[in-house]
Design a protein around this ligand. Structure first.
Ligand SMILES: *[C@@H]1O[C@H](CO)[C@@H](O)[C@H](O)[C@H]1NC(C)=O
Ligand SMILES: *[C@@H]1O[C@H](CO)[C@@H](O)[C@H](O)[C@H]1NC(C)=O
Ligand SMILES: *[C@@H]1O[C@H](CO)[C@@H](O)[C@H](O)[C@H]1NC(C)=O
Ligand SMILES: *[C@@H]1O[C@H](CO)[C@@H](O)[C@H](O)[C@H]1NC(C)=O
Ligand SMILES: *[C@@H]1O[C@H](CO)[C@@H](O)[C@H](O)[C@H]1NC(C)=O
Ligand SMILES: *[C@@H]1O[C@H](CO)[C@@H](O)[C@H](O)[C@H]1NC(C)=O
Ligand SMILES: *[C@@H]1O[C@H](CO)[C@@H](O)[C@H](O)[C@H]1NC(C)=O
Ligand SMILES: *[C@@H]1O[C@H](CO)[C@@H](O)[C@H](O)[C@H]1NC(C)=O
Ligand SMILES: *[C@@H]1O[C@H](CO)[C@@H](O)[C@H](O)[C@H]1NC(C)=O
Ligand SMILES: *[C@@H]1O[C@H](CO)[C@@H](O)[C@H](O)[C@H]1NC(C)=O
Ligand SMILES: *[C@@H]1O[C@H](CO)[C@@H](O)[C@H](O)[C@H]1NC(C)=O
Ligand SMILES: *[C@@H]1O[C@H](CO)[C@@H](O)[C@H](O)[C@H]1NC(C)=O
Length: 394
């Protein structure tokens, strides 16, 4: 194992950040299609805090993880690539803005001088407007790859019929019966566990009567089953299977971003992907991170972050190291392993995960057996080797 954090600092980092606290978010258990949700002031604070944390790790010259040559106070937009899912009520996109406000807070230093000599400071005491690429649902399946994916729906059906599922459903049954009075109109069917937990969590956070009457441990028990259910839904028997689709469509961006950072012509030093909880679960599974840290197999808390840090060892080899912070309740990063190591070469990282990737809309359509929606109707399926379910991990 090689210590990646050399005195010289990092070359760059790719961050996957989860959005902050939001209003209720319903997901159909048969499809995982969802309704929209809106960020809350609590969620904005969580993201701002995450941004401040990242600032202290990556933009602080005294930090061992300082990124070489990055602009510390005035954001250099050429050094940042930020992308966020713009679906639903913009909870994820707005989370990215709140994170950036903490990362590069308002500063008088961002003042500019016009040709006529007048100086101008941005509003709000020098607010820094960092561009964010907002990805709409219809533009690309990259950040919402499980939706309208037929094979993913087949995977859900298989998961719900598995013996592990039926056993856990039986274990959970007494709890779900006891929880029924606290669910309003929400079904207490085990397949609905995401919505059950979300209802309990949102009510417990915002409804005083609920907060005062929900029996102790009910929130934790609901979370326990929701963690288990989401792990089952967003992992699969092999890394290249459809249950991992949430990370499989994000891996190409990670490879390209890290690969670009190894080139001398590159300017981008921090690539931020603002996402929901699903890619975290799949990522920790396909990298075998959960073998060393089994407790990270559940849902990542709001404003969680995964860092893929790029550095160079003393021989000049590029190394990747993965760290995680489970929302605001963790004050520090935790070092994770990938394939048993705290650091692996960039080449090995790509080599181990390359065969799992879905790197284009065309590839996604085939991998999902989707021939109509989400831009799939333009492709020719006459010689489609995937329609029969062969070679897709179906
Ligand atoms: C940082 O800047 C120095 C001096 O310009 C240069 O030699 C070095 O390669 C740069 N490092 C990175 C990672 O950009
Ligand atoms: C799934 O959600 C998307 C985005 O909200 C919507 O465009 C699509 O029609 C939905 N699909 C189904 C089958 O409801
Ligand atoms: C300089 O230009 C700015 C922007 O057009 C304008 O608001 C300001 O009044 C100008 N100042 C002078 C001294 O002309
Ligand atoms: C999944 O199961 C449901 C209910 O049995 C069925 O309506 C649906 O067509 C199945 N979906 C797929 C993709 O097999
Ligand atoms: C729970 O939901 C599943 C799938 O949505 C369905 O097959 C099952 O019949 C439901 N169980 C009950 C008790 O309603
Ligand atoms: C708050 O919780 C109480 C107790 O469960 C419930 O009766 C009430 O409908 C909830 N209020 C809202 C606005 O959801
Ligand atoms: C990598 O660099 C190429 C060339 O500059 C650029 O087109 C591409 O968008 C970059 N990709 C990422 C993910 O940074
Ligand atoms: C990945 O997920 C699959 C399916 O849930 C599970 O069988 C496997 O043990 C997981 N692998 C790791 C490394 O956690
Ligand atoms: C994050 O912490 C919560 C408890 O606050 C736990 O239920 C969940 O499994 C953890 N998630 C990960 C990915 O570690
Ligand atoms: C990941 O863990 C599985 C056991 O869960 C093992 O079979 C596989 O070889 C590991 N992969 C790598 C690349 O270490
Ligand atoms: C995209 O994936 C295909 C395999 O499905 C591969 O042949 C191709 O090289 C990949 N393209 C990039 C840019 O990674
Ligand atoms: C894939 O979709 C086509 C129609 O779009 C259907 O005929 C075929 O049965 C599907 N394949 C599988 C394995 O579900």
């Amino acid at each position: 194992m090689v210590n990646t954090t050399t005195a010289a600092g990092l070359i760059g980092v790719v961050l996957l950040a989860r959005h902050g606290d939001r209003t209720a978010y319903y997901q159909d258990p048969a499809t995982y299609n969802s309704t929209q949700a809106y960020i809350t002031p609590l969620g904005e604070q969580q993201e701002f805090e995450l941004g401040s944390f990242l600032r202290n790790i990556y933009l602080n010259p005294d930090s061992p993880s300082f990124i070489q040559n990055i602009s510390t106070d005035v954001a250099d937009i050429n050094q940042l690539a930020v992308r966020a899912d713009a679906g639903g009520g913009n909870v994820i996109l707005n989370s990215a803005y709140a994170l950036l406000q903490g990362l590069y807070p308002s500063t008088q230093e961002s003042e500019i001088t016009l040709a006529n000599g007048t100086t101008v400071l941005s509003p709000l005491g020098g607010y820094q407007y960092v561009p964010v690429q907002s990805l709409e649902y219809w533009q690309s399946p990259s950040l919402t790859s499980w939706m309208d994916c037929e094979y993913f729906q087949s995977h859900l059906n298989r998961t719900y019929a598995s013996s592990a599922w039926l056993n856990m459903s039986t274990t959970a049954a007494p709890f779900l019966t006891a929880l029924k009075p606290y669910l309003g109109g929400v079904s207490n069917n085990f397949t609905n566990m995401w919505n059950i937990y979300d209802h309990v969590n949102v009510q417990y956070t915002y409804n005083k009567t609920y907060y005062e009457t929900l029996p102790p441990t009910f929130l934790q028990q609901a979370r326990y089953y929701a963690d288990w259910v989401q792990h089952s839904v967003f992992t699969d028997s092999t890394s290249a299977s459809i249950g991992q689709v949430a990370i499989r469509t994000l891996l190409p961006e990670i490879f390209w971003a890290l690969g670009n950072m190894t080139k001398t012509s590159n300017k981008v030093k921090m690539n931020i992907q603002e996402v929901d909880y699903k890619p975290f679960i799949s990522l920790f599974n396909v990298t075998n991170a959960t073998l060393t840290d089994p407790d990270i197999s559940g849902i990542a808390n709001y404003a969680s972050v995964v860092a893929l840090e790029l550095s160079q060892d003393s021989q000049g080899q590029y190394e990747v190291s993965m760290k995680f912070k489970n929302g605001t309740e963790d004050s520090q990063f935790r070092q994770l392993t990938m394939f048993g190591n705290t650091s692996i070469t960039f080449d090995k990282f790509v080599q181990e995960l390359f065969s799992d990737t879905i790197n284009s809309t065309n590839n996604w359509c085939f991998s999902c057996n989707q021939t109509v929606l989400r831009g799939c109707s333009v492709f020719n399926y006459s010689n489609d080797p995937f329609l029969g379910g062969v070679g897709t991990g179906y």
